[in-house]
Design a protein around this ligand. Sequence first.
Ligand code: FAD
Ligand code: NAD
Length: 484
Amino acid sequence: MPNEDKQPATADSFDVIVIGGGPAGYPAAIRAAQNKLSVACIDEWKNHDGSAAFGGTCLNAGCIPSKALLESSELFHRVQEEFATHGIKVSGTTLDLAQMQKRKSGIVRTMTQGILALFKAAGVTPLQGHGKLLAGRKVEFTAHDGKRRLLSAKQVVLASGSAPIELRSAPFKSPEIVDSWGALEFESVPKRLAVIGAGVIGLELGSVWRRLGSEVVMLEALPEFLAIADQQLAKEALRHFKKQGLDIRLGAKVTGATPGTGGVQVTYEDAKGVQQLTVDRVVVAVGRRPFTQDLLAADSGVQLDERGFIKVDDTCRTGVEGVWAIGDCVRGPMLAHKGKEEGVMVADLIAGLYGETNYKVIPSVIYTAPEIAWVGLTEEQVKASGRAYKVGVFPFLASGRARAMEQAAGFAKVVAARDDDEILGVHIVGPLAGELIAEAVLAMEYSASTEDLQRTIHAHPTLAEAVHEAALAADKRAIDSINR
Ligand code: FAD
Ligand code: NAD
């Protein structure tokens, strides 16, 4: 569609209708409006108290509330475990979980209401209720009060997100067995907590409740810890998590979880046979599935793949003229920033502008302590590709800033090609790894070499120097650590 002036929208017709107002959908709507198109964004999210809110999983029940609790629980932990080392004596520290949860809910409320303010400023029409794509780019909108309207659009963007996977062996049928949203809303600290799945959600939420005092057992089906991550990174992280008291059991396949008077009896099988465990609460965090329930009329023409994702090409076109799909409901990592990038790309392409998503350079961050972050290929992936490579590692123990922060665990690691020095992957486990990775993302976006990083001045003393030194170490030219 040419970048013409915004079409005057009649009550029922728009240039663009976005279905889903999460981190994929709402940026798509805002960018489309910035591109002078008339836009409506439909979202059906309802909170446990019945209130409607834009922001999807990420703002209401994912990224934001989990990070709020991670921050609060880490402070609680550090007051008790670390302050004395700094020479700060604190006595009588107590937990006010109700206040912690209130702070979290306040942040969520402010952020989700912020989307409405952004919509107003950009000129996006917010529609709260259910959207269903019909044939011919018509959309049936059912408001939360049940009133229906038939809308039409020149372009429709589907951004319906994802939902937690339920285990047949541990269904969400009793209040003791919950998904990640439930685990963000506990009103008391469970004495004994089982987390099924030691992936991203399991590690983040397991950390929250461990720091607040729960005995946490994590049951992970795979024999490898964090199989998707660089294994040197995963090993280092596992060592720290174990020290924190997270009881991570690998190769453990859950076969049942039965609530009873004494707690939930969890049964699982590992290499030694059938095992049993009694806990007060169970969090199931075994992945998420695309959510497309009642999204598509039978004749909409949009296809799903065998795993339920909406089929799209590299630029998020569904194959039906003028219908696009973005975010967790399509292939690729289920990450808010990936969805946002796709949303912006699609809105620009619709307006006839340039747009692309670089799927090779999407950062991953796990907000534990130490934090874990990476971008690009793991050392294992580079090795398997057969390309000759070099590795530079710099430990935070040798970082003055990390020492000053009393957070010198972990390292930064750079994997680069031997032939042309291109950076292929950067892996960080350590303080603020999620912030540090941004430099590596930018470097890789520009196809930088380790020499480019080596010749870039990094302020001293900063944590970012660890990335600089890791790049130097790739050529055995690190200054502040011994080159091996
Ligand atoms: P969603 O956020 O799921 O939004 C989809 C929206 O569409 C929802 O509001 C839904 O109600 C609405 N909808 C669906 N169907 C319809 C319909 N037919 N009509 C109207 N509305 C509809 N990712 C990160 O990058 N960083 C993190 O730190 C992070 N932390 C997370 C922590 C947790 C506990 C969880 C569960 C997830 C986390 N994620 C994180 C993942 C992140 O939340 C998702 O990748 C992201 O929300 C996907 O965005 P989306 O817009 O595609 O879908
Ligand atoms: P995940 O894929 O990260 O982890 C699920 C884990 O459960 C895996 O390790 C898997 O091997 C294990 N598992 C699967 N079935 C099992 C079973 N029956 N018994 C025991 N273990 C089992 O998924 P998640 O942690 O549920 O997170 C879902 C999505 O949300 C992820 O794609 C993630 O990217 C996103 N998310 C991102 C962040 C972040 O960016 N910081 C935080 C939370 C969630």
